[in-house]
Design a protein around this ligand. Structure first.
Ligand SMILES: Nc1ncnc2c1ncn2[C@@H]1O[C@H](COP(=O)(O)OP(=O)(O)OP(=O)(O)O)[C@@H](O)[C@H]1O
Ligand SMILES: [Mg+2]
Length: 236
């Protein structure tokens, strides 16, 4: 595609969209996004690649409503995120976020960390516990439920972060280097799990990754450079 618009090839409904998005930091001294366009259709898995510092996390943070663009529009599930008055509801119920650095609370247990988003969303404890057991069963973490995060291995933390992001059955999962700190085989295992869960739950995945072999397993692979997003010819 010659244009900087990386359009979803599927005819499905677009659930994550950026239109001519600009974002800089430090009063404009660090220009990161410079007219970025992005679309992900419902149920798609989309990988966002590009060199360190190109703006992958910045874009995911905008999709997750954690920051707002300087210019342009960001919408998730048809709602413009920077204008929507009910942003919290959207985030609690419709979007799950796996952070690049996990952002788990080290002094709390795996179970306590995962239950936090369900409390925020007003989900009753019984339903939340059942969901947690389903997810820890799938991720092989049931025996670690009562363990504090600080006692877990890197891979266990990564899987915990995945469970927490999925607790409220989000329609959209934003995953920022979800296998970033793992070795090759652990990374492949977590990624398989991620794809499997996303497929069974019919969720849309937008994932930032440095790992080409993982990116190529997604429905679409996009590249970010010079503040814009491109769909490389070989990935079409
Ligand atoms: N809060 C902030 N304040 C100032 N600069 C920031 C801030 N957040 C990010 N940046 C800068 O913006 C640029 C893009 O950062 P970002 O984290 O989006 O990159 P990335 O593509 O996710 O990189 P990586 O692959 O290393 O995770 C970098 O130059 C970074 O230093
Ligand atoms: Mg990043």
């Amino acid at each position: 595609m010659n244009s900087s618009t990386a359009q979803a090839s599927s005819k499905n409904r677009i659930v994550v969209r950026a239109e001519d998005v600009w974002k800089s930091y430090d009063d404009g001294a660090i220009e990161v996004l410079k007219g970025a366009n992005f679309e992900a259709a419902e149920g798609q898995t989309v990988a966002l690649c590009g060199p360190s510092g190109c703006g992958k996390s910045t874009l995911l943070h905008l999709f997750g409503g954690l920051d707002s663009p300087d210019r342009g529009r960001v919408s998730v599930n048809g709602m413009e995120i920077n204008r929507h008055s009910d942003l919290l509801r959207l985030l609690r119920h419709e979007v799950g976020f796996v952070f690049q650095l996990h952002n788990l609370i080290p002094d709390l247990t795996l179970e306590e960390n995962c239950l936090i988003p369900t409390v925020a969303a007003g989900i009753d404890r019984r339903t939340a516990q059942a969901r947690l057991r389903q997810l820890t069963g799938r991720t092989g973490l049931t025996h670690r439920l009562g363990h504090r995060i600080q006692k877990l291995s890197g891979g266990e933390r990564q899987r915990t972060a995945l469970c927490r992001a999925l607790m409220n059955k989000p329609k959209i999962l934003l995953a920022d280097e979800p296998t970033g700190s793992l070795d090759e085989s652990a990374s492949a295992a977590v990624f398989e799990l991620l794809l499997d869960i996303v497929a069974t739950e019919g969720a849309t995945l937008v994932m930032a990754t440095h790992d080409r072999s993982l990116a190529e397993r997604c429905d679409r692979l996009l590249e970010m450079h010079s503040g814009r997003i491109h769909e490389p010819e070989y990935a079409r």
